[in-house]
Design a protein around this ligand. Structure first.
Ligand code: C2E
Ligand code: MG
Ligand code: MG
Ligand code: MG
Length: 287
């Protein structure tokens, strides 16, 4: 009986693995046509300055709506695109689309703000990243300081020497760098000094339990203090409640982003919000 069970287990696992890799394969295939078929889009989530409640930037977040598979999360398809190398083309599409959109919003008269794009480690360590970024901002005619690049600590840590070089090239061009999911990855404080970083994005896992976990409260305070002493801006990710917001304000965090203010929105909806920013202002100022 045991033997039989064992065999069933084995079979169960192989079929699970088979169907999982079948999905990966078909997603990888479908991804090849995703951007030419118009299945990819960007949503934008506002970033709010806590001192005055103004929208000072947006983060561009990729969305993939496949006719058969439906909406596929970037958490699932970005790793597949990284593995297959497709991330280079997709990442270029993201950067060009986001920069073009921001330039258009500036021309439409919306107040100055930055657009942040997420960069995968694969893109970051690719030889011509800073050239590609320059090409795009020149082509789009977006002043470089309105483009922000988000990178995780682990992405930078994969090849620190190359990372420092690339970050310096980007910042010499005036492009701003944020460390995404700060506090979760492998990072050395000396990197922070050597990297030309502009902003620390406090990971949402620390924000989530601010109300109940004293350790998370301490970690958030320490990151804000670190930012202040190194002259870096701090932004909290995943802010969902008024309590979290109040804690962040009390402790001098510069900016916040999260469902409390707004989910990531499609172009139509974010434009509506940018036209009526009082909603955000009121949320930031309410007691
Ligand atoms: P991330 O850059 O850390 O983005 C934050 C994620 O948190 C987003 O998920 C966002 O929708 C979500 N979020 C925002 N506010 C809240 C909140 O208040 N509560 C909660 N629970 N979640 C919130 P999303 O859009 O599913 O993206 C997931 C990850 O996929 C991103 O994490 C980023 O690592 C990656 N990603 C997204 N777009 C791109 C892209 O264009 N290129 C690359 N390379 N990666 C991307
Ligand atoms: Mg991000
Ligand atoms: Mg993040
Ligand atoms: Mg993340």
């Amino acid at each position: 009986l045991a033997k039989q069970n064992g065999r069933n287990n084995y079979r169960f696992f192989t079929s699970e693995i088979q169907s999982r890799s079948a999905r990966i394969l078909s997603l990888e295939n479908a991804l090849r046509y995703a951007h030419t078929r118009g299945e990819l889009s960007l949503h934008y989530q506002p970033q709010i300055s806590l001192s005055d409640g103004k929208i000072v930037g947006v983060e561009a977040l990729i969305r993939w709506n496949h006719p058969d598979f439906g909406m596929i999360s970037p958490v699932e398809f970005i790793p597949i695109a990284e593995e297959s190398g497709q991330i280079l083309l997709i990442g270029e599409w993201v950067m060009r689309t986001a920069a073009t959109r921001m330039k258009q919003w500036m021309d439409m008269g919306f107040p100055a703000m930055s657009v942040a794009v997420n960069l995968s480690a694969v893109q970051f360590h690719h030889a011509h990243l800073s050239k590609l970024v320059s090409t795009i901002i020149d082509e789009v005619k977006l002043p470089p300081w309105f483009l922000e690049i988000e990178l995780t600590e682990s992405a930078a840590a994969q090849n620190p020497l190359h990372a420092i070089e690339t970050m310096n090239e980007l910042s010499e061009k005036g492009i701003r760098l944020s460390i995404d999911d700060f506090g979760t990855g492998y990072s050395s404080l000396s990197y922070l000094k050597r990297f030309k970083v502009y902003k620390l994005k406090i990971d949402q896992s620390f924000i989530r339990d601010i109300g109940i976990d004293p350790e998370d409260r301490e970690i958030v305070k320490i990151i804000i203090a670190l930012g202040k002493s190194l002259g870096l801006k701090t932004i909290a990710e995943g802010v969902e409640t008024k309590e979290q917001l109040d804690f962040l304000k009390e402790n001098g965090c510069d900016e916040a982003q999260g469902y409390y203010f707004s989910e990531p929105l499609n172009v139509t909806d974010i434009e509506a919000l940018l036209r009526a920013p009082e909603i955000i202002l009121r949320k930031n100022n309410s007691n």
